[in-house]
Write a protein that binds this ligand. Structure first.
Ligand SMILES: C[S@@+](CC[C@H](N)C(=O)[O-])C[C@H]1O[C@@H](n2cnc3c(N)ncnc32)[C@H](O)[C@@H]1O
Length: 303
């Protein structure tokens, strides 16, 4: 099992779970619509942490905790947390759409759901495939006049295409938590601006524009324009600058965008930014969503 995570991993999962609980509460009386939860990088239902020792797992449905203490520590994953939140709420999600590229993870997730969530299992669809394609299929299959959806995009890196973000925003019915790969992006933007073509193409697909180049690289003021055809570039891609840039990009397609939480590793290096895009055009819906999201983000933001 691939191991990853740490405090930041727990924080992001707690944040999305707490938002799901609040979302279900807010939507409690909205019986005119179907409520969906979509996890586009669903994983296997649990994450093996790098540490060992006493389990801090919030649930107990993975068996006896004493079995795990000598082996590995697990975190309950986002898909399972959505099911727990749903079963604990007065208004549940009507459908769960879990997308995952890895077949063995899909199989494990499917088994967990069947074993531990008998009440919800009939509403769960596990789709094995690429998030971009499978989510697009989902978007085109839904009647958006009668559906509201909470989406979690939790990639390892730069897997989310901007086109997908645009399509989610265009539904006018999705709240989208996006774990943006801040650390990867900052690392790909080399100090001298000599970025391999493939990386540059990946960044274009992530941001949906090539403008990031002018945003994060400026010609050095020390150099005369006539000195060289290939002017020296100065990189200006601080964590805060990249965070504000992706929030601005998201604001071009979403009706409202929350503050972003910067998630860092134990050495303080930025890894991800967690941010919510709200596509609902209703000001009241945006206000409610942002109030909850900004409160959650403030709690977990590391300066
Ligand atoms: C950061 S993990 C997600 C963890 C999950 N949200 C959880 O809480 O357990 C990323 C997951 O995305 C899957 N993945 C990677 N690339 C993918 C893609 N293009 N489409 C769908 N899933 C993908 C990986 O197999 C991995 O399980």
């Amino acid at each position: 099992m691939k191991k990853f995570g740490g405090a930041w991993s727990q924080s992001k999962l707690d944040c999305v779970e707490r938002y799901a609980l609040a979302y279900l509460q807010v939507m409690q009386k909205q019986t005119w619509c179907r409520l969906d939860y979509v996890d586009a990088f669903a994983g296997r239902g649990k994450q093996a942490l790098k540490t060992t020792g006493t389990s801090t797992e919030p649930g107990d449905f993975f068996g006896d905790a004493s079995d795990r203490v000598e082996t590995e520590e697990f975190l309950v994953g986002s898909a399972i947390r959505a099911l727990i939140a749903s079963e604990a709420s007065a208004r549940s999600f009507d459908r769960f759409h879990f997308i995952e590229a890895d077949q063995s993870s899909c199989d494990e997730l499917q088994s967990l759901v069947a074993e531990a969530f008998t009440a919800s299992a009939g509403c769960v669809q596990v789709v094995c495939g690429d998030a971009n394609g499978a989510l697009r299929d989902y978007i085109s299959s839904v009647d958006w006049a009668k559906t509201r959806t909470l989406v979690f995009l939790d990639p390892y890196g730069l897997e989310v295409d901007w086109v997908l973000v645009e399509e989610l925003a265009a539904t006018h019915a999705c709240d989208v938590w996006y774990l943006f790969p801040l650390g990867g992006v900052i690392r790909m933007m080399t100090n001298d601006g000599q970025i391999p073509d493939l990386w540059s193409q990946h960044l274009d697909e992530l941001f949906g524009t090539h403008d990031w180049r002018d945003e994060f690289y400026k010609p050095s003021p020390q150099q005369s324009l006539f000195e060289s055809d290939d002017p020296e570039l100065l990189k200006d891609a601080s964590t805060q600058h990249v965070v504000e840039y992706i929030r601005t990009r998201l604001s071009t397609v979403f009706a409202a965008v929350s503050d972003a939480a910067v998630l860092r590793n134990s050495k303080g290096a930025p890894l991800f930014a967690l941010v919510l895009g709200v596509s609902n055009p209703s000001p009241a819906a945006q206000k409610a969503a942002l109030a909850i999201a900004n409160h959650l983000v403030k709690d977990l933001s590391q300066p």
